[in-house]
Design a protein around this ligand. Structure first.
Ligand SMILES: O=C(CO)[C@@H](O)[C@H](O)COP(=O)(O)O
Length: 252
């Protein structure tokens, strides 16, 4: 049985002048989680917000009462140094810290081997560290990254080192409103076949016109930015996305 639908609107497409109100309204419109895109201008060519903003908007939304529950702040860390910010984002109210596999393994930016070990870390160590801070851990892959790099992490017998969620990007990370890349769906299908109970998130170009393909492939955590925040009826879009995923439950 595939896991249930989790709808996570991306607040990157919200009106930043009223971000707190937009967050609470979106939860009221039926969203399960809020997807919070953190960009550092290095890992991706765009800048968004840091811990003080996350802390402010957190106060507009009730904390989840259970793991993966309503109100979860799903922080998508598009940053070059994911280990460096774990404690700050925990303090700001992040519930799920989803780092990029590519950032965790990339040591080429570090100036010296010593700096490398200090600033970069292996995905496995990083997952353990995130769990030690009492957050869920997610691992994201960009379109150019093969899905099988994740198998070793997902197959570990040590729960503390296993991701709670995988994010398959269906656009190049960095900006909202891009065209959905169906070429990424074989990754989702491969993950779903191998891990029937895994939370598999897709992000980029999701909306009423693309959700069926993503749900057919096995995605259950759906990020949608412009499709929700640009809609006349955001609650209707959230319900449609949920129904598309849930009606495939058990048939995958
Ligand atoms: O991480 C990202 C972009 O890097 C996303 O979360 C976008 O914010 C999704 O926006 P839409 O494609 O749904 O408009």
């Amino acid at each position: 049985m595939a896991p249930k639908a989790i709808i996570a609107p991306s607040i990157l497409s919200a009106d930043f002048a009223e971000l707190g109100a937009a967050c609470s309204r979106t939860i009221g419109q039926g969203a399960d989680w809020l997807h919070v895109d953190i960009m550092d201008g290095h890992f991706v060519p765009n800048l968004t917000f840091g811990p003080p903003v996350v802390a402010k908007i957190r106060s507009h939304v009730d904390k989840p009462t259970e793991s993966h529950g309503k109100g979860t702040f799903d922080c998508h860390m598009m940053i070059a140094e994911p280990k460096k910010w774990v404690k700050e984002f925990k303090a700001a109210g992040c519930d799920l810290y989803c780092f990029h596999y590519e950032a965790a393994i990339d040591s080429t930016a570090a100036e010296s081997p010593e700096a490398t070990s200090d600033r970069k870390t292996s995905p496995r160590e990083l997952i353990r560290y995130i769990h030690d801070q009492d957050m869920l851990a997610g691992v994201a892959i960009k379109p150019g990254t093969k899905v099988d790099v994740l198998y070793e992490l997902l197959d570990t017998q040590y729960k503390a080192e296993r991701p709670d969620m995988v994010l398959v990007m269906t656009v190049e990370p960095g900006f909202g409103g891009q065209k959905f890349m169906a070429s990424e769906l074989p990754k989702v299908r491969a993950l779903r076949e191998r891990y029937p109970e895994l939370n598999i998130e897709v992000d980029g170009g999701l909306g009423p016109g693309t959700i069926d393909q993503a749900a057919d492939a096995g995605a259950n955590v759906i990020v949608a930015g412009s499709a929700v925040f640009g809609a006349k009826d955001p609650a209707g879009v959230i319900a449609l996305l949920r129904e598309a995923v849930d009606k495939r439950g058990g048939k995958l």
